[in-house]
Design a protein around this ligand. Sequence first.
Ligand SMILES: Cc1cc2nc3c(=O)[nH]c(=O)nc-3n(C[C@H](O)[C@H](O)[C@H](O)COP(=O)(O)OP(=O)(O)OC[C@H]3O[C@@H](n4cnc5c(N)ncnc54)[C@H](O)[C@@H]3O)c2cc1C
Length: 416
Amino acid sequence: MAEGNRGQAVVIGAGIVGLCGAAYLQRDGWSVTVIDPGPPGESCSFGNAGMMSDHTALPVAMPGILWRVPGMLRDPMGPLAVRWSYLPRLAPWLVRFLASSTTARVERFVADFGTLLERAKIAYAPLIADAGAEALIRRRGSLEVFETEAAFNRARWGLELRQRHGVPIRALGGEEIRQIEPALRAGFAGAFYREDMDHIVNPLRLSQGIAEAIRRKGGIFVRGEARAIAKRADGKTEIATDTAPLAADIVVISAGAWSKKFARDAGARVPLDTERGYHAMLPRPGVEMRVPVKSHEGGFFLTPMEKGLRVVGTDELAGLKAPPNYKRLEPMIARAKTMVPGLDADGAEPWMGFRPSFPDSKPVIGRAPGLPNVLCAFGHGHFGLTLAAVTAEAIADLAAGRATKLDLAPFAPTRF
Ligand SMILES: Cc1cc2nc3c(=O)[nH]c(=O)nc-3n(C[C@H](O)[C@H](O)[C@H](O)COP(=O)(O)OP(=O)(O)OC[C@H]3O[C@@H](n4cnc5c(N)ncnc54)[C@H](O)[C@@H]3O)c2cc1C
């Protein structure tokens, strides 16, 4: 289908999810306009760990997490922390989060999530080709290392669950770990090696490449803030902005952690919040790492990137307004130094970003209940880089009125 034949699509948000959405709609014959107050890919999509796989994953709320709540409240530097001042607003989200951690619900999650993830890389392939971004991908797998036997043994349930779902993940011990990543110290209690894990060495450049490909094919980027969505008398949808309003035949809500108000305009009341994550970019780490390594106890990755080593991850439940607490990076860097002898953290550049998160760790992908030509694509939490293209493919199918390649019921905006 030729560019623009289907009508006008407006995409709210130029993060990786909105960009992939715009690219898929454009390939399918829509004229696309993307509105964002900032440049493409500079919000949460900028600072992630770059990990991307095509087999299922575990949710954030795992069995036993309830017992970690006192620690989450007590230690603002911990891998999963809650700010006291945000607790009253967070409480309903937190209750749903804890309720998602039963064995039965985690098993259901792993099955549902697998259906999305198995198309993750397939759906990216045409966008990566268009963006000329193949060189940004390293296909080397990843490690998760454990400092204590107790933690290693506790994690075996999640290992076996993933293995049952076909994830190419296996437990390693002793020297096997250093054969995969020689930069690590000896003496970890164990590790999991995951073969299907790729990593993107510069997530910002991936977003920029996709944005450039959209522009080349005639897509328009508007620098501005969307304010509200409403139906017009002529059947089109109007997006009020801080400048001129935009008219659309199809609207995609992909404003990441800021999507909730647009969803409400379109009849979906969703418990979206944010899991804030941090990174320190080490420009001259002094060691070369081959594969990304996750510290199980620390809740962060060490990802080798184009411009250094990124110490990245953790989870802080503190809402969209509180300033970053960069002190959280200190224990991450200290632990990283114990994992990788000789690691140099001089000149570390701090960053914090807002993961758009639902308590059940699943995104919302589907038609808005109140305005059928408004499509929801947000709330990808810890997996937005991975899931952006498969979400976009589903959004393009919905926009065209085609059957989707996967069952979207587990991700419906009406599931709450
Ligand atoms: C520390 C960390 C590590 C991570 N690691 C990984 C990983 O390894 N693998 C993985 O798959 N995922 C990872 N993620 C998650 C992933 O980065 C996110 O899920 C993803 O970036 C979300 O993309 P998005 O497009 O939904 O949101 P964003 O990138 O935040 O984009 C949303 C956009 O909407 C715009 N916007 C906001 N309000 C408005 C408005 N009113 N009008 C118009 N535009 C608006 C914003 O300016 C922004 O550009 C990680 C996240 C963090 C924080």
